[in-house]
Design a protein around this ligand. Structure first.
Ligand code: PXP
Length: 245
């Protein structure tokens, strides 16, 4: 009997929210968010991620419209599915929408969906994106039950909330990765694609990507944009891509 092993290359999607945060500190258009996205793609990023919030404190709804015109790789919009967000995403029709459970005023995403308690709600939301032909991903923790139930929501993918892995990485990386590997095996079994993000960086990314079977995509913002301040965007993106090879 012969087996065919399919090797998935993990894509790097750069979250450019931080570029907008710096711009918004002064108003005006420096640094330019659209140019940053174009540069990320030029330097090899395979996707651009944005997380518009209703108060538009970093990425604005206008940015999302402008970015849609220039992004040639995968455009991923993440956020909490409030009415304004739903309308924006359904108008823009990105390649992927990533749903996060954090309330609009939250500083950053800090938990995954409870896919048991919120199953019907997610089914209702996800069916609207599916009808518009938009791939859906939902943010979940590295938890077997949350992943198993994610399948019933109709989502195409899950995105692992990786902060708990990152927090424990220095202490005991085997222990830190274990629940994510178990949950990833279930995702593979039930046919859910796997994305991951939050606090990934040049130190902890490689081990995560090596251990998670069929990791389709990582979205990285804070650390990558910070690294770019020291090393420049081109060198930084090159270093992240090297870790995903
Ligand atoms: N994924 C989700 C759902 C997020 O909310 C964020 C932060 O905006 C990220 C990934 C990226 O996290 P970080 O900025 O720490 O790389």
């Amino acid at each position: 009997m012969s087996f065919i092993k399919i090797i998935i290359m993990t894509k790097l999607s750069v979250n450019i929210n931080k570029i907008a945060t710096i711009r918004n500190a002064r108003g005006g258009d420096i640094p330019n968010v659209v140019q940053a996205a174009i540069n990320c793609e030029k330097f090899g990023a395979q996707g651009i991620t944005v997380h518009p919030r209703p108060d538009q404190r970093h990425i604005t709804y206008k940015d999302v419209v402008d970015l849609k015109k220039v992004v040639t790789t995968e455009f991923n919009i993440e956020g909490y599915p409030c009415d304004e967000f739903m309308k924006l995403v359904l108008d823009i029709k990105p390649h992927q929408v990533t749903l996060v459970p954090d309330p609009p005023e939250a500083l950053t995403s800090s938990a995954g969906w409870d896919t048991i308690r919120e199953k019907e709600y997610l089914q209702t939301i996800i069916s609207q994106f599916k009808a518009a032909g938009i791939r859906t991903s939902i943010f979940v923790e590295g938890d077997v039950e949350m992943v198993r139930n994610a399948k019933d929501t109709g989502a195409d993918r899950i995105e692992f909330y990786t902060k708990p892995y990152v927090d424990d990485y220095e202490n005991d990386r085997e222990k830190a990765i274990a629940p994510f590997v178990e949950a990833a095996i279930v995702a593979n079994e039930v046919g859910l694609g796997i994305n991951a993000g939050h606090d990934l960086n040049l130190v902890n990314l490689k081990f995560f990507a090596e251990r998670i079977p069929n990791l389709a995509e990582v979205s990285i913002g804070h650390a990558l944009i910070s690294d770019a301040l020291y090393m420049g965007l081109e060198t930084t993106i090159g270093k992240y891509l090297d870790l995903l090879k």
